[in-house]
Design a protein. Structure first.
Length: 166
């Protein structure tokens, strides 16, 4: 009854709309879900070039260190050790990137919540434990994936050819 009475009053004011709390909440949740899906797609679109950039960096690193890898193999280093070395370097680079990214993301989330609170939308800040764990896991998996091809190439280098490399 109240909603109908208010609706009748708003007929003369087309700039205003009347929503029940349930309709308003459903619209907000739908908008939040849409934004979340868009952000997930953006993360995927940013992750793939990052994976390729890391693989490219490692590949260039292997080319620049061809002679060093040849010396390592000549003094008894195994192909497996060379592969592990390249993967370890990739994991180190990934860990540094993950650390910077997680810290920046946490700070940005805190700032956004602060702005929302100042704007009148009071929201508590919750530390995203699950998001951080997933980010670290995916980042480290990407680190290993990016290293596979460069590590395989480094392990397969001809020792004599690598020692002659300039």
């Amino acid at each position: 009854q109240v909603e109908d009475a208010l609706g009748d009053l708003l007929v003369n004011y087309p700039a205003f709309s009347l929503f029940s709390y349930d309709r308003w909440r459903a619209a907000q949740l739908e908008g939040n879900n849409t934004r979340s899906y868009a952000l997930y797609m953006l993360m995927v679109l940013l992750a793939v070039p990052s994976l390729l950039a890391l693989a490219n960096t490692l590949g260039i690193n292997v080319l620049e260190r061809t002679r060093e890898i040849g010396v390592l193999r000549a003094i008894g280093g195994t192909r497996r050790q060379v592969q592990r070395m390249i993967i370890a370097e990739s994991l180190l680079l990934s860990a540094m990137g993950i650390g910077v990214g997680v810290l920046a993301g946490i700070w940005l989330g805190y700032v956004i919540i602060g702005v929302m609170n100042v704007s009148g939308f009071i929201m508590p800040y919750y530390f995203p434990y699950l998001g951080v764990v997933i980010t670290v896991a995916v980042g480290l998996i990407f680190g290993v994936l990016a290293a596979l091809l460069p590590a395989r190439h480094a392990a397969g280098l001809n020792i004599v050819g690598a020692l002659k490399w300039e």
